[in-house]
Design a protein around this ligand. Structure first.
Ligand SMILES: Cc1ncc(COP(=O)(O)O)c(C=O)c1O
Length: 477
């Protein structure tokens, strides 16, 4: 028998132990690395061999190269000193779920291609409805239901496509549309809304960015005036994207008021709670979703703040037929009895691609490992630390809040202006000890302190604060 070239299963077992050991060592020492990678563009490629190997290499060599060649180019999202962008936290149960999912190697496009993949997904999506206090209309026992998407951007695009098909009375997929459809979001909405309009053929010009109030929440009166104006012009308003926790500053749009407008003018209301949505696991933070029972769709990312590694987006609709009307196609080669007899959910009809990974497994592991109490404990801790940090800013002689927020993101600036704030941010990041990013609020530069990494403790927040103050004092001449 010739050489098989495969990794035999006993070698896989011992290499697997080494891989887990490697991850444990990494997570144990992640604080020793500069949080923001210090390499320059092209540096990582320059140390990689130009051509792929003719002969296979050993796992030990590959693992050593991960340490030597790859780690320098890693920005450490799993460092407890990572305060940039938004959390993309993970946890051991999630990593193990991901590993087993890879081991099973399931392609879960239809129920028949792995019933467990579909049914576990339906089940954990229903659990999330319960855990977040979302309305029952988003659960599978109603006309709606939940599905795991790759990202919040996919969820928003799917919602837009479902709304486009609904307003076109199920004819847009068939004939396209000449109708000028108009979508609405606030000036603070995530760029995925703009991208969804680009991809779906709605067009950027047909996306109206509505003014916000002092707290950066969408102004419902401006929205209604804009809809009336567009209707007068003979245009067709069809979609509103509300945000619960904007990326820039955690602003929360008034869902209830927007939902009333959506109902009055027959528009689809989609709620994007990508990062902040996880907070609703704690009943005291459910105010963020006030009015969500009137929304047509809702999305949040367990892959941001819920200890579930990327990718894992949760997307809920109140009427699943609106979604499948927009996204379902059934070629001959995918037909099977369960599908044609309409007995099952085929999630390929709820998303853009055909193929899908078994992502429910890691979410199931996370929820079962932590339990609702464990998740609440950590979310509360993150919010408490952020609010403590906010208090320090309020009491500080040098810094001030850019906006008052109630959860885990604090936006602030130096009182002496943009230039100094920008310099302080650059300098704290260049120490490698922390990583924070910025935004602009009302044209002013603001530093963002985003708290939500799995292992962040108060000592890390204290260190970051002391570094910020030191750099402010050094730079304030
Ligand atoms: C409010 C909001 N919506 C959407 C997104 C996009 O998330 P994803 O990367 O899952 O598409 C983000 C993340 O940056 C976000 O903060």
């Amino acid at each position: 028998m010739g050489k098989s070239y495969h990794m035999d299963l006993e070698s896989f077992r011992s290499n697997g132990y080494k891989a887990i050991d490697w991850i444990v060592d990494y997570l144990n020492s992640v604080e020793d690395y500069p949080v923001l990678s210090e390499v320059s563009p092209g540096q990582i490629r320059s140390v990689l061999p130009e051509n792929p190997p003719q002969d296979g290499e050993t796992f030990d060599v590959m693992l050593k190269d991960v340490s030597d060649l790859i780690l320098p180019g890693i920005t450490h999202w799993q460092s407890p000193n990572f305060f940039a962008y938004f959390p993309a936290n993970n946890s051991p149960p999630s990593i193990l779920g991901e590993l087993i999912s890879s081991g099973l190697g399931v392609q879960g496009m239809s129920w028949i291609t792995s019933p467990s993949c579909t049914e576990l997904e339906t089940h954990v999506m229903d659990w999330l409805v319960h855990m977040l206090g979302l309305p029952n209309k988003f659960s599978s026992i109603s006309r709606g239901g939940g599905v795991i998407q790759h990202s919040a951007s996919d969820a928003t695009l799917c919602a837009l496509l479902a709304a486009r098909e609904r307003v076109g009375d199920k004819s847009v997929n068939e004939h396209g549309t000449n109708t000028q459809l108009i979508a609405y979001a606030s000036t603070q909405a995530h760029s995925s809304m703009e991208k969804s309009c680009m991809i779906s053929g709605i067009g950027r010009d047909q996306l109206r960015l509505i003014n916000v109030d002092e707290k950066f929440s969408m102004d419902a009166h401006s929205l209604e005036s804009q809809i009336i104006e567009d209707k007068k012009k003979g245009l067709t308003p069809f979609f509103i994207c509300a945000c619960v926790g904007t990326t820039s500053s955690l602003a929360i749009d008034p869902i209830e008021a927007l939902a009333d407008i959506a109902q009055k003018y027959n528009l689809w209301l989609h709620v994007d709670a990508a990062m902040a949505g996880t907070a609703a696991i704690c009943p005291e933070f459910r105010f963020i979703n006030h009015g969500v029972e009137k929304a047509d769709s809702y999305t949040f990312n367990p892959h941001k703040w819920m200890f579930t590694n990327f990718d894992c987006n949760a997307f809920f609709v109140s009427d699943r037929s609106a979604l499948t009307n927009a996204l379902s196609v059934l070629p001959e080669y995918l037909k099977n009895k369960a599908t044609t007899e309409d007995d099952v959910i085929d999630y390929r009809d709820w998303q853009i691609p055909l193929g899908r990974r078994f992502r429910a497994l890691k979410l199931w592991f996370v929820i079962r490992h932590y339990g609702i109490k464990g998740l609440q404990h950590h979310i509360r801790k993150h919010v408490e630390m952020a609010q403590k940090f906010k208090q320090w800013i309020v009491e500080s002689d040098n810094f001030e809040l850019a906006v008052d927020t109630e959860l885990n993101l604090i936006c602030f600036a130096h009182k002496n202006g943009d230039e100094l704030s920008e310099r302080i941010l650059e300098q704290v990041n260049s120490t490698g000890k922390v990583y924070l990013t910025h935004t602009k609020l009302k044209e002013k530069f603001a530093i963002r302190m985003s708290i939500g990494q799995t292992n962040t403790e108060m000592k890390h927040i204290e260190k970051a604060w002391s570094l910020l103050r030191r750099k402010a004092n050094e730079g304030n001449f």
